[in-house]
Design a protein around this ligand. Structure first.
Ligand SMILES: Nc1ncnc2c1ncn2[C@@H]1O[C@H](COP(=O)(O)OP(=O)(O)OP(=O)(O)O)[C@@H](O)[C@H]1O
Ligand SMILES: [Zn+2]
Length: 648
């Protein structure tokens, strides 16, 4: 039995009540909460599900669809050019629905290959397809339903440059079936820049959502802040873990620290120099490095932590160091009666197993993965990374007397996994097609006058016994830094200490979702994504990624322009030094907020200076925005000039 999971968490649930429009009889919201099976059977009047009953190919299918939607809509369906992003749980259902609904011009992008764990819910795939690209197999499969459909597949990351503005510009509508925030943010920005409508969808267990985004008319994907990942206080992770999740967070940071690019926002960045020592030699022996890292982290560092008397009490005893040889002797596995029905990965290993597993994972990184050292980052789907994190977290749990975990449980927690439900994906994909029809019919009209809605799938706690809940589309948030004011504030602890590369990576990429941002101050480029690390080439270009913000002449209140050409997105940043920025809440050293004018003024005025200060700030802000607009225009003119020169 394989584990089948997905992590499609994407949006907070609505607060309920206001904002939800009432359902009309016969529309998609007319379901009752009897069961999910009944849900699919009862009240289904949608085009999608009607078309799905027609398993047979081409003409008969087309005739059935035409009979349901009428000639005019059918012509619209047949000519619409669609881009589907993602061919996983929702994407497979979506592609099948689209071709059975008569759509013929479809391109699909997916970066992944088929894993055996996908087969229980991604019904276009079979065991023989394992390891083949999802986009290619999905396109082949749905073409069998409708051989007259023109389906083009792309095996690649939608963030790659070939899927930029020009590519997106070819389509009438983009339909997302993704599972992660970064890719969604990226496609959102591309669609805004290319002025193409976007259908956004996601599911988490029994919850799902579909919504419509059209520039200037509806909220974009980033108009509302997304629930951010839970942040644990730095000292809990670094010194006083109490729960397995604290140790797993530590281990994920450790993996990135050991095998990823330099990152000052890593919670264990203070260990970087020591870890680099283990990697310093040209031909590091992986096993040896593993044992030395083991001794450093689980024995020596723990001894030091145990000596910090202030941290420990009777309720919280100091951690116990673990030496490698002793760990190898501890071969007993904690087992229960229930264990006999479990898979091996569902059982907790012995401490010896964890110690050997840790060293083996390090050895693999230095063996078959050697050329990826310095470029890797933790993924729950990467077996070597997951082995490393599971064993490292368990060894730390042993240090701190916290109950260790099976690999299964470690993977669930480390990947924030909520099991995928195939029915939810099917419902969400069906709703996407319904909304797609509304969007196509709204071309040239105001979105407000269309039937397009955000629709929530809520189970097992539906609102007023309705599992499907439509709500009106919201107008854009004027303060949104992506589609609205385009100005954000970043507070940082120290301009003196913060390097420009840390700002670009930790804050502008990590928190603001930029893909490859270039940073400008006073019209000059101070960070170029082509030269993200210090080196001779960067220096030749007059760039110094390792310089601090004060070395670049920035002061509290300075204005920066961020340009992300790949995303067709730009933003103005006002930076502000806040030495008291809470270290626990903002371990990366940055706090980002949008530019809600009133709030800014209140904070500044509230700091004591009264109305005068408020006026002063308003004037400063006006000037800052004018400067920003001017600088952006100057940069654009410069870019245009460059383009002409190159073309010549
Ligand atoms: N940046 C991206 N570019 C292209 N495709 C992407 C990108 N990010 C995610 N995807 C694709 O989106 C799909 C999402 O599908 P789904 O949520 O079912 O995830 P999964 O990877 O198939 O399942 P699981 O994560 O549970 O193993 C995946 O096929 C994934 O490869
Ligand atoms: Zn927005």
């Amino acid at each position: 039995m394989e584990r089948h999971v997905e992590n499609n968490r994407f949006r907070q649930e609505p607060v309920g009540g206001s904002g939800f429009c009432t359902r009309k009889a016969g529309e998609i919201g007319n379901f009752r909460q009897d069961s999910l099976g009944k849900l699919v059977a009862v009240g289904v009047k949608t085009l999608v599900l009607q078309a799905m009953t027609c398993a047979d190919v081409t003409a008969a299918g087309d005739a059935a669809v035409k009979a349901v939607v009428g000639e005019e809509r059918f012509a619209m369906i047949q000519s619409a050019k669609l881009l589907v992003v993602g061919a996983g749980g929702i994407g497979c259902e979506l592609l099948k629905n689209l071709v059975l609904s008569g759509f013929r011009e479809i391109e699909v992008v997916d970066l992944d290959t088929i894993d055996v764990s996908n087969l229980n819910r991604q019904f276009l795939f079979r065991r023989v397809h394992v390891d083949r690209p999802k986009s290619v197999v999905a396109a082949e499969a749905v073409k069998q339903f409708r051989p007259n459909a023109n389906i083009i597949s792309h095996h690649g990351n939608v963030k790659d440059p070939q899927f930029g503005l020009e590519f997106i510009g070819k389509f009438d509508v983009v339909v997302n079936a993704l599972d992660n925030l970064e890719a969604r943010r990226h496609v959102n920005r591309l669609c805004l820049a290319a002025e193409k409508p976007l259908l956004e969808a996601g599911s988490t267990g029994h919850l799902g959502q579909v919504t419509v985004i059209r520039k200037g008319e509806t909220e974009c994907f980033e108009c509302q802040a997304k629930p951010s990942q839970k942040v644990y206080p730095y000292c809990t992770i670094r010194s006083t873990p109490e729960k397995p999740v604290h140790c797993l967070t530590w281990a994920k940071n450790l993996f990135d620290l050991c095998f990823g690019p330099e990152d000052e926002s890593n919670l264990l960045a203070d260990l970087a120099a020591e870890m680099r020592k283990f990697q310093a030699q040209e031909s590091v022996d992986g096993e040896d490095a593993g044992r030395r890292i083991f001794a450093h982290l689980f024995e020596e560092d723990i001894k030091k932590q145990a000596q910090l008397e202030d941290l420990w009490s009777d309720q919280r005893p100091p951690p116990g160091p673990l030496c490698y040889e002793d760990a190898l002797k501890n071969t007993e596995r904690p087992s229960t009666d229930a264990d006999k029905d479990k898979l091996e990965t569902q059982k907790v290993p012995s401490v010896a197993g964890d110690a050997q597993g840790f060293v083996a994972a390090v050895a693999k990184m230095y063996g078959e993965r050697r050329e990826l050292i310095g470029q890797s980052s933790f993924s729950k789907d990467d077996p070597v990374a997951m082995d490393f994190v599971h064993c490292a977290a368990n060894l730390r749990m042993q240090n701190y007397r916290i109950g260790r975990l099976s690999r299964w449980d470690a993977q669930s927690i480390a990947g924030s996994i909520i099991p995928a439900v195939a029915s939810t994906n099917a419902i969400v994909a069906g709703l996407e097609v319904v909304q797609l029809l509304h969007v196509l019919q709204s071309v040239g009209k105001n979105m407000k006058d269309s039937k397009a809605r955000t629709v929530w799938v809520r189970f097992p706690e539906p609102s007023r016994k309705k599992i499907l809940q439509p709500s009106s589309l919201h107008t854009p948030n004027p303060d949104c830094f992506v589609c609205g004011s385009r100005t954000a504030r970043v507070a940082l602890r120290s301009l003196e200490e913060c390097k420009i590369m840390a700002l670009a990576k930790g804050c502008i990429q990590g928190q603001l979702g930029a893909h490859k941002p270039a940073l400008y101050a006073n019209g000059s480029c101070i960070f170029d994504p082509e030269y993200p690390e210090p080196g001779e080439e960067a220096e030749e270009e007059g760039l110094h990624p390792e310089w601090s913000l004060s070395q670049w002449g920035l002061t509290s209140g300075s204005l920066l322009q961020v340009e992300d050409e790949g995303q067709g997105w730009s933003i103005n940043l006002v930076i502000r030094e806040e030495p008291d920025l809470d270290e626990q809440l903002y371990p990366g050293g940055f706090k980002v907020s949008q530019w809600p004018t009133q709030w800014w003024l209140q904070v500044e005025a509230g700091a004591g200076a009264g109305e005068e200060a408020a006026k002063d700030m308003a004037e400063k802000k006006r000037k800052a925005e004018a400067d920003a607009a001017e600088a952006t225009a100057a940069k654009k003119a410069q870019l245009d000039a460059n383009t002409v020169a190159l073309d010549d």
